[in-house]
Ligand binder design. Structure first.
Ligand code: GLU
Length: 496
């Protein structure tokens, strides 16, 4: 279904919680279709439900989208010709369209009280029927309804779903969807406080904003037939409907729950976009990961955003649920870090160092990145591997300085001998230092791992670091020799 005409698509979140992988993927697919066809990507806020409003979620959404690189062409913040893009500022528009539906006989005012509706529901439950409005106000005459409204009775507006026949429409991923009308409730379109619900508001907005493709989550599949009815009742052309799959928990068994989200955090992952940013994942990796959760192309395919735009084809989106696989997130994050220039990695890891209290020397950072980048899965891994480069002093523990199968005294001798060799060099570079050091290892009849392990702790303060001699080169000869001396002192304290 590759569109030839530019697509106008929208991402229409509600500010009711945190931005998770599911919403990010919906936004991404919308963005890609707009870019692919030279169309527009619109950000609309569906914020009419004040009871579900969560402070800060709008900001988090916009930040998340921008962090991912999914800048919208129209909508919140940026404006555009079809605004306002915030549904809470469009109340009158929805009322006007609701009235049109009432006038054309496709909707009606319903005066049933909550108590009455509760009673109806109880009865239906007892009879094991599916819950639905029983139609009491469906056939009130216009005059009666008008009089009751003038008398000030509270009312809602319901859609008057046809009782007979069926409705059929097309979903780009799932084909023809046919539902019998008798199974579609007379849904409320406008609440008694005058606020339109999603079913009406979104259809009206999609029409007025000239949306060509509605790409949204599969939770809307159940009310999709109602939406088709509404669009047709107005006599509007239907957009292309695309209902994406859900994400399953990593085990593949069931949808992600709050509990699963918490478990993910405990193991250093998250399903929330701004958490992934804090954890040091890079947006390119996150995008590649979510792109492939539900897109039927080669599983491990590495793609940058421009490449995704080139290759995106909505026909190849997969309607079956995708299990979240965090190992793949690690893979893509690492792969995308390796794809960046050293300068880019350097400027991206810098904030993590600064946040941890390090004074970052940019020149040094640029030297470090080439020997570090292969090891990075997240940007803040850099702190773990390379924080020592920015410390004046390191404090290796005695136990860590003692080589495998060696005593403290033996280890001290090795450090002493290494210091002499390194001191004799003009400078410490891998080319100059490694050959004589390996020779020494052979002469002592030891293994390289034993000796270099001691030196690594002595020079970097940690057992895992970037390559030893490259690290020494960056630290510089003077400091390396100082650190070796200090290691000998620590080891000596262990032999007394
Ligand atoms: N406001 C809806 C939500 O947050 C958007 C659904 C849609 O994309 O139409 O789920």
């Amino acid at each position: 279904m590759e569109s030839i005409t530019p697509a106008r698509v929208r991402f229409a979140p509600s500010p009711t919680g945190r931005m998770h992988l599911g919403s990010a993927r919906t936004a991404l697919y919308n963005y890609l279709l707009a870019q692919r066809t030279g169309g527009q990507f619109i950000l609309r806020l569906e914020d009419t439900d004040v009871n579900r409003f969560v402070e800060g979620s709008e900001e988090e959404l916009m930040h998340g989208l921008r962090w991912l690189g999914l800048q919208w062409d129209e909508g919140l913040d940026v404006g555009g010709p079809y605004g306002p893009y915030r549904q809470s500022e469009r109340k009158e528009i929805y009322l006007e369209y609701a009235r049109k539906l009432v006038d054309s006989g496709h909707a009606y005012a319903c005066f049933c009280s909550k108590e009455r509706l509760d009673g109806v529901r109880q009865e239906q439950m007892k009879r094991k029927e599916s819950l639905h409005y029983d139609g009491t106000c469906r056939n009130l005459s216009k005059e009666t309804a008008g009089r009751r409204i003038t008398d000030g009775e509270p009312y809602v507006i319901r859609f008057k779903t046809p009782r007979d026949g069926s409705i059929s429409s097309h979903d780009a991923l799932r084909g023809e969807i046919i539902v019998e009308n008798k199974n579609i409730d007379d849904y409320v379109l406008v609440k008694s406080d005058g606020w339109a619900l999603y079913h009406l508001a979104a259809m009206v907005d999609d029409h007025l904003m000239k949306i060509t493709h509605v790409i949204r989550g599969s939770e809307w599949l159940s009310t999709f037939p109602l939406h088709v009815h509404i669009v047709r009742a107005f006599g509007w052309e239907e957009p292309e409907w695309v209902h994406l799959s859900v994400f399953l928990k990593p085990s593949g068994k069931g949808k992600m729950s709050k509990r699963d989200a918490a478990d993910a955090l405990d193991s250093g992952y998250s399903i929330f976009i701004t958490d992934l940013e804090k954890l040091g994942y890079i947006p390119e990796g996150v995008l590649n990961w979510i792109l492939l959760m539900g897109w039927g192309i080669a599983e491990g395919e590495f793609m940058t955003l421009p490449e995704m735009v080139q290759k995106f084809d909505i026909d190849r989106v997969n309607p079956s649920p995708a299990a979240i696989d965090f190992a793949k997130l690690d893979y893509f994050s690492g792969a995308h870090i390796r794809n960046l220039t050293n300068e880019d990695v350097s400027s991206r890891v810098k904030p993590y160092f600064e946040k941890a209290g390090y004074q970052v020397d940019d020149r040094k950072m640029i030297q470090i990145i080439p020997i570090l980048r292969e090891r990075l899965v997240t940007l803040d891994d850099a702190l773990f591997f390379a924080g020592f480069f920015f410390k004046d002093d390191i404090e290796p523990a005695l136990a860590d300085l003692i080589g495998k199968n060696l005593t403290a005294a033996e280890s001290a001798k090795i450090v002493q001998r290494s210091g002499e060799i390194l001191a004799s060099l003009d400078e410490i570079t891998p080319e100059l230092a490694e050959p004589p050091m390996r020779l020494m290892v052979d002469e002592l009849g030891l293994k390289a791992g034993q000796v270099f392990g001691i030196l690594r702790v002595a020079v970097t303060g940690q057992a895992i670091s970037p390559p030893l001699f490259e690290s020494m080169e960056i630290i510089g000869k003077t400091k390396v020799l100082e650190r070796l001396k200090k290691a000998i002192e620590i080891l000596a304290s262990g032999t007394e």
